[in-house]
Design a protein around this ligand. Structure first.
Ligand code: WTA
Length: 630
């Protein structure tokens, strides 16, 4: 694989990727197995939104993740599984075994009538069968749509219906710490409104009492044991869809970002190798869930494309105690550890003895992702976990970008607390002001855009190309707009400062304020809601909901519970508001727009910084809001 080895190498690669992208990317793509090579490395642009990579090439990504390694790495561990319960023995799968498991799973899907181009929804816990299923879809050319196991029945149904999946794969239930989640029960409720689903494939994980619907539901073990382990890979076009993954934005329902085969493959592999710099014997652990993009690119595709050993963990960092991560690092001799700032902050707040009890001596590289990391958490991670001996890669990227865009390369670039630092070769960040002018020079802040396409970029919003254009390419025509604010320091290092749109980042999860508002508004007692984010010590951001009711609730505690339950029901527990304030009015301009700036300041506890409120229709509502702030 293409590997940047030094600072000079980085600088040279950066220039090459900018000046001769065709050659740069062709050289990298040469490392993979193709049934037919590309006619053109890249085509299209951000105006017509028709960008493509490695056009007319033919390949299958699973041959690159699995088959390609069999000769040299057949007996090497590909996947290690650490169960929720620390007393359950760790399971290992070699590349040979993983290849077989994926082929068997792929044959099961075929037996259920799944064909190339079909959409398959995966609603599962973090068990190896989830990873088998992801790769099995890719093996036969079906498009996987993984839905995080913490979403509600309604969210699951919305996602299934949006891309018209015909198969759902789920577990009877899943373990998360001391709790278990009734995945099949939630799926059953969702499927009452999902006419396109023909079958449900159920993998047994917990011994729970579930109902299997005759003619629709089938047990994984009944089919798996009989399935052949021979499954030739479907030959896909470079631009055939590989997966859809839903993510929240400023407005409306979550969007199904669609990624295609060759470009995503090259990007996941290239970024994994260069950011983490793993060696053959290393053991890499990303603590994300496969329900999010990080689990797609950096538990599944990136590591396997590089022939690495990837660890999948079923549980949570705080069970049975808050030393679980560190115990696993020692037990499995983890060399590369990649997690989210929210996990670091949560563990920082626990007994120090737990981290001090572990040796952590195998660790070489630490990573963070998902949200800005604060200085205190960065230093704790550096000192307590890395023993001041491991580079920290702060990786900035998004569901839309497919893989890491701005990050230090481990051992090569500089590690600066709270800075993602430098763009990867092939990425051209631009800071843009409110009017759309590019801000040149250093020591400047602006809205972060990317000029020009990169291979791993999402190609569209599934079924709605117009929305893709509207959301990402219309604010600053000709550029991809990330929705993030950013500072570039005097040395050209990038520091991501957070979302500049109406998206809240709660514990690294993207939540649209509009989605939460819509969920609360479905309560009969509610007239209108406005939701904003505010700084939260552990979660990064918390959710603050201002709610207007038809009549003031007699029991505020009960009303708050109702609101939380409703959000849990409509979206899932991750979107539950932390604070709820019943108000009599919202600060609106004469044209009816809510001035969220004011609500944000109140939520932050800074009513002294409200700024100009003279354009409000009724400035007096603000006094009321400030007086009763939570
Ligand atoms: C935020 C997760 C600061 C950012 C991979 C982005 C970050 C959103 C970082 C994408 C980071 C991600 N520093 N902020 N290192 N990484 N973000 O789609 O606001 O779940 O737009 O992808 O997370 O979230 P998503």
């Amino acid at each position: 694989m293409y590997r940047i080895k030094s600072k000079n190498d980085y600088e040279q690669s950066y220039t090459n990727a900018l000046e001769a992208p065709e050659k740069f990317w062709a050289d990298i793509a040469e490392n993979f197995h193709w049934h037919k090579k590309w006619d053109q490395v890249k085509s299209g642009n951000f105006t017509d939104l028709d960008f493509k990579w490695f056009t007319n090439a033919k390949l299958n990504i699973t041959e690159n993740c699995l088959d390609r390694h069999l000769e040299k790495r057949g007996d090497k561990r590909a996947l290690t599984f650490e169960a929720n319960d620390p007393n359950t023995p760790t399971t290992h799968y070699t590349y040979k075994e993983l290849h077989q498991a994926v082929c068997k799973t792929a044959n099961m899907l075929k037996d259920l009538g799944v064909k190339k181009g079909d959409r398959v929804c995966l609603y599962m816990g973090m068990v190896p069968e989830l990873l088998f299923s992801v790769l099995a879809c890719a093996r036969i050319g079906a498009i996987h749509s993984v839905v995080f196991g913490g979403f509600s029945a309604q969210s699951l149904a919305d996602r299934i219906n949006d891309c018209e999946c015909n198969l759902l794969i789920t577990n009877d239930g899943s373990y998360r710490g001391a709790k278990s989640i009734d995945l099949k029960g939630i799926a059953d409720e969702a499927l009452e409104t999902c006419p396109t689903i023909k079958n449900v494939l159920v993998h047994k994980r917990i011994e729970s009492n579930i109902t299997m619907k005759e003619g629709r539901d089938v047990w994984w073990h009944d089919l798996y044991d009989k399935a052949s382990s021979d499954c030739p890979a479907e030959v896909m076009d470079s631009e055939d869809p590989l997966f859809i993954l839903y993510t929240s934005g400023s407005t409306g329902k979550p969007k199904g970002l669609m990624h295609t085969t060759a470009g995503y493959m090259v990007w996941a592999a290239y970024t994994f190798q260069n950011v983490f710099q793993t060696d053959e014997q290393d053991i890499y652990w990303c603590t994300a869930d496969i329900g999010w993009i990080t689990g797609h690119s950096y538990i599944t595709y990136g590591p396997l494309l590089n022939g690495a050993t990837t660890l999948m963990f079923e549980g949570v960092p705080t069970w049975p105690d808050a030393g679980r991560f560190w115990q696993i690092v020692d037990k499995l001799k983890i060399t590369h550890f990649y997690t989210a700032p929210t996990a670091i902050r949560a563990l920082m707040a626990c007994d120090e003895k737990l981290v001090e009890a572990a040796s952590l001596s195998t660790l070489k590289v630490l990573g963070t992702v998902g949200e800005p990391i604060n200085e205190e958490a960065w230093h704790w991670y550096d000192q307590k976990v890395g023993k001041k001996n491991c580079p920290i890669v702060d990786t900035w990227w998004q569901t839309e970008t497919g893989g890491i865009m701005i990050s230090t390369l481990a051992g090569i670039g500089e590690c600066i607390p709270t800075y993602a630092t430098k763009p990867l070769p092939g990425v051209k960040p631009e800071l843009v002001d409110e009017k759309g002018s590019v801000i040149e020079g250093n020591d400047v802040s602006g809205n972060l855009c990317i000029a020009g396409s990169w291979p791993g970029q999402a190609r569209t919003v599934y079924g709605d190309h117009e929305r893709f254009k509207q959301v990402y390419f219309s604010t600053y025509p000709g550029k991809y707009f990330t929705g993030d604010g950013c500072y570039r320091d005097k040395n050209g290092n990038y520091r991501i400062t957070g979302r500049v749109d109406d998206v809240i980042n709660v514990s690294g999860h993207r939540i649209g304020t509009a989605e939460v508002e819509d969920a609360i508004d479905t309560l009969e007692s509610v007239v209108e809601t406005a939701v904003v984010g505010y700084p939260h010590d552990i979660k990064g951001q918390g959710i603050y909901a201002y709610v207007i009711c038809h009549s003031t609730p007699s029991n505020l505690e009960e009303f708050s519970k109702q609101v939380k339950d409703q959000v849990t029901k409509v979206i899932g527990p991750i979107a539950k508001p932390d604070k709820i304030q019943v108000v009599t009015g919202l600060p609106k301009t004469r044209s009816g727009k809510i001035m969220r700036r004011i609500l944000r300041k109140v939520a932050e506890g800074r009513p002294d910084q409200l700024g100009d409120t003279s354009t409000l229709l009724d400035p007096s509502v603000v006094d009321d809001i400030v007086k009763n702030a939570q």
